[in-house]
Write a new protein. Structure first.
Length: 193
């Protein structure tokens, strides 16, 4: 009876693992531009337009505080602000997309996601004129520091009325990301309280 129960649990876990693998989606960080050029025809225009707003009116700010409950961790409260007269659209991903756009010294800190999902999807966040978009992040000290400098890779786009990223072809999304314009919002070095 115990042997039959063990075999049942073992087979159930194998099936469960295979199902989770099928749902995972990942994007390689390796430079795939040559592969994409061979596989996909040249595209003159991207289906998703980049936005041409003044960067002077889009700001990134944050505060950093040591976590009293978890030694060696820092809690970040970050804010993106829009002082333009138009709404700003930000291309990002579900499951910590905004947090993964933070730039920091990886020799001193490591990003620590509090949860991990099996899948992530592209989404569009919007910041109204005079509005803010706030998010939190946690970092782990690699070595003890009193200050941290964070910058933000702001992936701005034009929002089309009928655009729904979850229904987009994966190759179209990948092509869009590869041709993107990097827009870094520079932050200042701040003391870790």
């Amino acid at each position: 009876m115990i042997r039959a129960l063990f075999i049942f649990l073992f087979l159930t876990s194998i099936i469960s693992c295979k199902e989770n693998k099928a749902e995972k989606k990942s994007i390689s960080i390796v430079d795939t531009s040559e592969v994409v050029k061979k596989v996909m025809p040249k595209v003159d225009t991207l289906e998703i337009a980049k936005q041409n707003l003044s960067l002077d009116k889009i700001t990134f700010d944050f505060s950093a505080k040591k976590d009293n409950k978890n030694k060696g961790y820092i809690n970040i409260n970050a804010t993106l602000s829009n002082e333009n007269i138009d709404t700003v659209y930000l291309y990002t991903w579900t499951d910590h997309g905004k947090q993964y756009s933070l730039h920091y010294d990886t020799s001193k800190f490591a990003y620590f996601p509090e949860s991990i999902a099996n899948a992530t999807y592209p989404i569009v966040e919007k910041i109204s004129p005079g509005g803010r978009l706030s998010f939190t992040a946690s970092f782990l000290f690699k070595k003890e520091e009193n200050k941290i400098k964070l910058d933000y890779d702001f992936f701005r786009i034009e929002k089309q009325a009928d655009m729904e990223f979850r229904n987009m072809d994966f190759n179209k999304t990948l092509r869009f990301e590869q041709h993107r314009q990097k827009t870094i919002l520079y932050g200042t070095e701040k003391a870790i309280e």
